[in-house]
Structure formats: C-alpha cells, structure tokens
Design a protein around this ligand. Structure first.
Ligand SMILES: [Zn+2]
Length: 265
C-alpha cells in the first residue's frame, strides 16, 4: 500500500507556545520545532510501515516547506514540498495510486475556540473560507483534494480541537491522536513528545487497517468557493481577475470545477 503524509507544524507534540517561534525559520525555538516535527512524522511513517505500507511520501507542507530535518527523516520515507503555481500545489505528487492520506501536525480552522493557533491557510489574511456554503479549514481542504483522487484520510494528529474537527467532518471511524490541548490560542498543554510519538505510531498502524473502510470525502461539484478576507485591501488584490466576483468589501467568490481546484483561485 502507498501512503501520502501531509504535514503541518502547529499541531506537533511539544510545540505548546504560539509566541516563541517554534514554527518560523530564524526565530527562537525553530530548531526545536523542526526536531519535534520530524519526530511526529517519523512515528507516522513507522506505524504505516508496520501496518503494511511499502511506499510512504511525506509532504513538508507547513508555510514554505523545508522544515522537516531530512537527515533525520525515516530512511524508508521520501520527502517532497508544495510546488507553487500549479494545480494540486499543496500535495504535489498525490494521485490515484495512493491508498490513503495521513495528516500529521494539524490545527483547527480559523475561528475555532480553544484551538492552538487556529487559522485557515493564513492567520493574517483569511477570515473564513466556505465551500458550497459550509466553512472548511485545512483538514477539510486536504481531505477534499485527496477525495478528488479517491483517496481517504485515515489518520489525523494535532491538538484536540483539530482532531475533533477531523472526526466531525470525516467520521468517527478514522484514527486521531490529540497530542496536546489548547488552553488559549497561544498556549497548549502537551503530551510528552516521545509518548505522543508512540501514540502516533500505534494509531498509524491501526489506520492502515481502516483503508477500504473509510470513504474518500466528496462534495457536490462544481463548487462555490467563498473567501472572507480580514481587510478590504486583501480583497482588492483579487479585483480584475476573471472568474472572481467581489461580493462586498472583504468577500470574494468563485466557482471551481472539481475538488482538486478548491485552493486555485
Ligand atoms: Zn502550518
């Protein structure tokens, strides 16, 4: 079986302060953040292999990519990063040949209470994102892109709010691991990382047995995308683009043909 692992950083075990730069190159705790991220990812790779995977592709997808320590990556995994400016840019080699998607290090959608660093794509420019009138965050976006290829999500790890969002959207049969719980947007209480990694490894192994039982996420197509931005100038940037309609000072809409296109506008 072939597994694609989408990774983010805000939902990694041990990253429990939002204001100390764990997730941003050049900032105070970034070196530790990278190491913690690599640990959670390797645990998911190990569990996938124990569960029967023979190919594992890891997508280093937190802002800009290049956060996972490639020298410390599990030797059986292959590493890639998003490729900007083309369809499917966030999960570049995901396709029908994969059997399942894992999401490691996830955070909840913008506007979630008691969620560590909740946001959708951009904490500074996106306010709310809707598809066919329903709000989605990044877990939903990646599940829908995978769903376009017939690939189900069987494992989500992150803070408690992210795992709750995943189960509400994808069903209770998927495997989730809450590695921490937010006390505020910027402070979480975390499980000891080696223990969180053992939990991830076991859940990843169990998730392999859910392949074939969990359905890929699908919604009605074509899809109406609505994006509420945080400020008017951010919406101004879309003026004059064909296919995009300015609904009000901060809101744009467009229609995209398939689930693979929901982030291309
Ligand atoms: Zn991120």
């Amino acid at each position: 079986m072939r597994i694609y692992i989408m990774t983010d950083m805000e939902g990694v075990s041990g990253i429990r302060r939002g204001d100390q730069g764990y997730c941003k190159a050049g900032e105070a705790e970034y070196a530790r953040g990278r190491k913690l991220l690599t640990g959670d990812v390797n645990a998911a790779v190990e569990g996938a292999l124990e569960g029967g995977a023979r190919e594992v592709v890891v997508d280093d997808a937190h802002g800009g990519g290049n956060h996972i320590l490639v020298e410390e990556l599990h030797p059986r995994a292959v590493l890639e990063s998003p490729v900007s400016g083309r369809p499917g840019q966030y999960l570049p080699s995901l396709g029908r040949r994969f059997d399942a998607l894992f999401i490691v290090g996830a955070h909840a959608m913008a506007g979630t209470r008691r969620a560590f660093l909740d946001h959708t794509q951009s904490g500074t420019s996106w306010f709310n994102y809707y598809l066919n009138g329903k709000t989605y965050g990044e877990i939903g976006q990646y599940a829908l892109i995978a769903g376009h290829y017939g690939v189900p999500v069987v494992l989500v790890t992150g803070d408690l709010a992210a795992t709750q969002e995943a189960r509400a959207l994808l069903g209770k049969q998927i495997e989730t691991v809450a590695v921490k719980e937010a006390l505020s947007r910027h402070v979480a209480k975390s499980v000891y990382p080696p223990r969180a990694q053992a939990m991830i490894r076991q859940a990843a192994k169990r998730a392999m047995s859910k392949i074939g039982k969990v359905k890929p996420l699908r919604i009605r197509c074509p899809i109406k995308v609505k994006l509420e931005l945080q400020r008017t100038d951010l919406a101004d940037a879309y003026d004059g683009k064909p296919h995009i309609r300015r609904v009000d000072a901060r809101t744009i809409t467009c229609t995209v043909p398939t689930q693979a296109d929901i982030l291309n506008f």
